[in-house]
Design a protein around this ligand. Structure first.
Ligand code: GLN
Length: 540
């Protein structure tokens, strides 16, 4: 029977609830349990797919094509399990489903209300995650902060679940802040007491506190929290600010929270096998070299907009004992009269990741041109692939007026165009080409050499595609189409074999990279960048 752990947050947002939830999941998995993870987001967007990345960070995509919150990326990287559409539930999803049922007449004349109809819908999503994943333990993170008006339906549902299932099947972990007051030189517990009271007022008794704090809390502080919050002292643990998020599971393990949760559930406390994770941490602490990679995009002011790309670069770095420093380059800045040589001077390779809309694309094309003409290791992702093709067609094949119809619907040569099944799409949300699709690799190419297999599956999120009408022309000038989705004849990977390392893909490899297992395309990109001692200098 599946057990449920709920992770809430109090006092302020941004405490690292997602990392706390992921760390717990990692520890329980290390103790031999099958775990699954889920996130509740109280906003009314059905999914974050329509949100601006500058506000919300990247949209993570699961293998089955669900556009999700970026925390799901942390979950997958920590627990190394593929999550799915049951893993990200929003108010938008819950309310639209209830309203659809009401219109369908499913409620048989009842007055449809927040309790029980909305709460039942949420509850079903929790149980569905347990049933479909067949996990021993499902960990659900509740977005937002306890007390927010928006999350009340979720909190009320958790109250009902706690009442229905009891202590042995549910555990409530409340992540909270213990601020430090400089003048009086003290850690303060009052905000935590108040946020636990908020939970208690809503009928929930948390079983564990994870206290985000700049320093370890004293016994006296834990005793005080225990007394005021009705939580055993040993169930209160510190989450001291960590310099590396991957250290957090071990910090939590040392304080025994995984063992205490299993004891609460009455499950055997198997020995934790954390060898791989500890080896990884050891590697991270002893990186011998460092290199810089330039990331050119238009959302760079919020690094979280490229979270999985940045993580994937770092993962590949760990394999080669190298710290990756990212030079965040705003593509719009490149559109001005700037010295590219100066901007890229300390970098060893250039990456152009995904994006939407026409702002900043000329800057990205300039960066791609710089990489191609100077034989600099280059990796293009999604929009990065589409722009690589445009740059090549314009400047190598001399194809005039060529563009993507995303930016110029009337151009003479639409080398990137809407996929045929997209032409009738009206709604923007959830209608991109999403999730896993097959890709067949051409032998004797960089791509085949990286993956070392013929058939791969990668996750997608795009509406436009390479227009096959131009394939022969580009081939004539030396571009190789090394990955194709055979069932729809869509181009998935392009490369320029004449260059040392110029490769770009229509899918998002970053979503499948793991800290202990870098993605093959990032692996080879970083490997060649490390070897590229010349850096991003121009070829004389
Ligand atoms: N805007 C492009 C498209 O829709 C690329 C999308 C992306 O980079 N994720 O096809």
């Amino acid at each position: 029977m599946t057990k449920y752990v709920f992770v809430t947050g109090g006092v302020v947002s941004g405490l690292g609830k997602g990392i706390t939830a992921s760390s717990l999941a990692l520890l329980l998995k290390a103790r031999g349990y099958k775990v699954f993870m889920q996130k509740f987001d109280p906003y009314f967007n059905v999914d974050p797919g329509t949100m601006n990345p500058i506000q919300h960070g990247e949209v993570f995509v699961t293998y089955d094509g669900c556009e999700t919150d970026l925390d799901l990326g942390h979950y997958e990287r920590f627990i190394d399990e593929e999550l799915n559409y049951t893993s990200n539930i929003t108010s938008g999803k819950i309310y639209s489903s209830v309203i659809e049922k009401e219109r369908h007449g499913d409620y048989l004349g009842a007055t449809v209300q927040l309790v029980p109809h909305i709460t039942n819908e949420i509850k079903n999503k929790v149980y569905e995650a347990g049933i479909t994943s067949k996990a021993d333990i499902v960990i659900t993170e509740i977005g937002g902060t306890v007390g927010d008006i928006e999350s009340q339906a979720f909190i009320e549902t958790l109250r009902q679940i706690q009442y229905e299932k009891g202590q042995h099947e549910t555990a409530f972990v409340h992540t909270t802040l213990i601020p430090y007051i400089i003048g009086s030189n003290e850690l303060k517990t009052k905000p935590t007491q108040n946020s636990v009271k908020d939970l208690q007022n809503m009928g929930i008794r948390p079983n564990f506190l994870v206290c985000r704090t700049p320093f370890s809390t004293s016994d006296a502080i834990k005793e005080k929290l225990s007394l005021f919050c009705s939580i055993p002292k040993e169930n209160i643990i510190d989450a001291v600010d960590a310099k590396n998020i991957y250290d957090i599971p071990i910090n939590m393990h040392k304080q025994g929270i995984d063992e205490l949760i299993l004891k609460q559930f009455g499950l055997p406390v198997n020995k934790a096998n954390l060898k791989d994770w500890e080896n990884l941490l050891d590697k991270m602490d002893n990186l011998k070299d460092e290199i810089e990679i330039s990331l050119v995009g238009k959302y760079v002011e919020l690094h979280d907009a490229y979270l999985s790309v940045a993580e994937a670069l770092r993962h590949a770095g760990y394999k080669y004992n190298t710290k990756i420093n990212i030079n965040w380059v705003n593509s719009e800045d490149l559109e001005k009269d700037v010295n590219l040589k100066e901007i890229f001077k300390n970098s060893r390779g250039i990456i152009v990741p995904g994006g939407f809309g026409s702002r900043g694309i000329n800057g990205m094309i300039k960066a791609i041109n710089y990489a191609r003409t100077n034989d600099i290791p280059f990796l293009g992702i999604c929009l990065g692939m589409q722009l690589s093709v445009i740059e090549f067609a314009r400047n190598v094949c001399n194809l005039e007026d060529c563009n993507s119809t995303e930016f110029d619907s009337l151009c003479k040569n639409p080398i990137i165009d809407l996929m045929s099944d997209q032409k009738t799409v009206i709604n923007m949300g959830g209608t991109l080409r999403l999730g896993n699709y097959d890709c067949t690799l051409l032998k004797n190419t960089l791509a085949y050499n990286d993956y070392k297999q013929e058939l791969i599956k990668e996750r997608h999120r795009h509406r436009y595609e390479f227009n096959n009408k131009y394939m022969d022309l580009l081939k004539e000038y030396g571009m190789v189409f090394s990955g194709i989705n055979e069932s729809s004849n869509l181009v998935e990977i392009i490369e320029i074999p004449k260059l040392k390392h110029f490769i770009a893909c229509q899918f998002h490899p970053e979503f499948k990279s793991r800290p202990t297992r870098p993605h093959p395309l990032f692996d080879s990109f970083i490997k060649t960048s490390i070897k590229n001692k010349r850096g991003c200098n121009e070829i004389k």
